[in-house]
Design a protein around this ligand. Structure first.
Ligand SMILES: Cc1cc2nc3c(=O)[nH]c(=O)nc-3n(C[C@H](O)[C@H](O)[C@H](O)COP(=O)(O)OP(=O)(O)OC[C@H]3O[C@@H](n4cnc5c(N)ncnc54)[C@H](O)[C@@H]3O)c2cc1C
Length: 363
């Protein structure tokens, strides 16, 4: 078998590259994917009640990159959606990110924008040298904000306190002085009208693209002739973990279907202080689906399991850089996407990167 291009991984990075190569260069592409489906982590499907769920955690598309948005609009229509998040603090739900609305509800006040600035300033703790993420939050928002929104949430999310994470992990607390309670303020946001999997299927709908599912690329790559490999799997795995395995934070997902039309007031509620899960997502609120029942997802961060979030400390960034040095020496291999770069990317970042890599490849 001979293919000019072989792509490892049918996530958004691999799919975008395949679509571009097939449609713009008119070349044949083989995608090898170890899971039983396309889409990578943006895969969605209907559960046994017929409710559309995001199998690997809730995804909302948002971007200010018009070129990326125009590109992806070629494969889907969008539902009209603004993501909203409430955080459960002291027995009440308050909006996130922290805004004037959050502060007023949290402290039962009615501050104006200017008064909020003074209020926050009065809470700040001066710190001479900002070394950790704890220092960042204490110096920008004070102890109460730190404990209510950041300290215990970070411990749940990453397994360590912000005091043990360097300052780049929480480099800034986004305080909104206005009453805008949307989670994202990007110019373009929404979810694909018929879901992410349908969007990915449309991107792959080209006679030049062949897909091999349920296959780890190492099982077959020796039998396939190709000119260029585009690799979107884990970078350490490509090099047989020669320097050791990179650390990821994973999530245990617990889906529950409830016999009611609505479970919670907004799509996403966060639990920085209570319970073992970090957040609850109600899918119907993001997809707009009508159904007499509703499916929710509780997320329990953990180690082991599927690799979701690269671990944000210097130790692991340094190890990833050693692998990247090896990657730079690989001929005819492009390392692309969140696993091959060991970097957290939003969907628009990954599409942007793939479009840029494709432009270089073409020239
Ligand atoms: C819980 C969660 C929520 C998120 N929410 C958002 C959001 O709201 N908005 C947003 O913009 N982004 C969000 N993201 C980020 C988004 O998921 C990523 O930007 C995107 O999925 C990255 O695509 P990718 O192709 O780089 O990686 P992936 O989607 O991981 O694709 C890589 C593919 O490679 C395959 N693969 C790996 N190893 C092998 C192998 N050995 N052989 C063959 N195949 C292999 C994998 O099975 C996978 O399908 C979220 C991520 C997570 C984890």
């Amino acid at each position: 078998m001979r293919f000019p291009y072989v792509i490892v991984g049918a996530g958004l990075a691999g799919i975008t590259m395949a679509e571009r190569i097939a449609s713009q260069m008119n070349e044949k592409v083989l995608i090898i994917e170890k899971r039983s489906h396309i889409g990578g982590n943006v895969y969605d499907s209907y559960d046994k009640e017929g409710i559309l769920i995001h199998n690997y955690g809730p995804h909302t598309f948002h971007t200010n990159d018009k070129e990326v948005f125009d590109y992806i609009c070629g494969f889907t229509e969008w539902n009209d959606y603004q993501h909203r998040v409430l955080s459960y603090v002291d027995g009440n739900f308050v909006p996130l990110p922290i805004s004037l609305e959050t502060i007023n509800r949290l402290y039962n006040m009615n501050l104006s924008e200017d008064e909020m600035e003074d209020f926050i300033a009065s809470r700040r703790i001066p710190i001479d040298e900002i070394k950790t993420s704890e220092d960042v939050v204490l110096s920008q928002g004070g102890r109460d904000i730190y404990e209510k929104f950041f300290k215990y949430f970070t411990i749940k999310q990453w397994g360590v306190s912000p005091a043990e994470l360097d300052r780049t992990v929480i480099s800034r607390i986004p305080f909104r002085k206005n009453r805008d309670t949307r989670y994202f303020t990007d110019q373009y946001q929404g979810n694909p009208k018929y879901g992410y999997t349908a969007m990915c299927q449309k991107m792959l709908d080209h006679p030049n693209i062949k897909i091999m599912l349920n296959t780890d690329y190492k099982e077959v790559i020796g039998d396939i002739a190709y000119d260029k490999l585009i690799y979107t799997g884990p970078i350490d795995y490509y090099f047989d973990n020669c320097y050791g395995e990179l650390l990821y934070r994973s999530i245990r997902f617990q889906f529950e279907t409830h016999d009611c039309e609505s479970y919670q007031p907004v799509t996403s509620t966060r639990y920085p202080l209570d319970y073992d899960y970090t957040r609850i997502t109600e899918f119907k609120k993001m997809t707009g689906q009508k159904h007499p029942k509703t499916t929710i997802l509780k997320e329990f961060p953990c180690f082991g399991g599927e690799p979701y979030y690269p671990y944000p400390t210097q130790e692991w960034k340094a190890l990833a850089e050693r692998y990247r040095e090896l990657a730079r020496k690989e001929e005819n291999v492009i390392f692309l996407g969140r696993l091959a770069q060991y970097k957290y990317y939003d969907m628009d970042d990954v599409i942007r990167e793939a479009l840029d890599v494709f432009e270089k490849l073409k020239s």
